[in-house]
Design a protein around this ligand. Sequence first.
Ligand SMILES: [Zn+2]
Length: 234
Amino acid sequence: MSPQGTGLQEIHDLRLKLQEVSDEIERGPRQIAARQKLLEKKKAELEARRTNLKQLKVAADQKNLQLKTNEAKIRDLQGKLNAAASNREFDALRSQIAADTMANSVLEDEILEALEGCDSAQNDIKDYEQEIATAEAEVAKFAAGVKEREPGLKTQAAELQAKVADIEKMLPADIVPQYRRLVQSYGARALAPVHGTACGECYVGQRQQTIVELRAGKFIFCTCGRLMYLAQSE
Ligand SMILES: [Zn+2]
């Protein structure tokens, strides 16, 4: 391979590595944000469950109040029963008391069921609170890891950038503006290895003359725009 080819391959490899490191730097905060968003969603769900529990408790309280009211009514009817003036009135009061007592028995069952519902919702909330606490700790740990890796990655990126800049000094001045535009648009993929005779980026076959010129160390852009070099094995 020509020294130019070797240099371009080196630039390509370094730029690919640089891209990888830059991607990792960018990915960290994005991953943290995604995890935090999920956590917020869980917290909102917890609030919804707490509201639901409050409503269940209110409903149970209302039933309880209804029961107390009915019991007072039954006591009142019993007082009237003792003072009943006629058999007819006595029978009417007795069947009223029986009906109300039956209704209260149903209400008592409903209250028991409502309280069980509250207990179950309460336990469910406790479990969910635990789950959220665990998730919160995990997000914090993940964020700390990202923060810890960041300075090292940034140093690595700066070193790669310096190395690339150094090797890029080999590029002839007349191709530099075009090369810079390419890097701006395609990043590491501004360069393409040629395998056999095909451009590694667009797979278009190059003329034999182009291959000969590449081998001789000429700087040639493919029709897809990329700066080509012969792959190591060629
Ligand atoms: Zn191409």
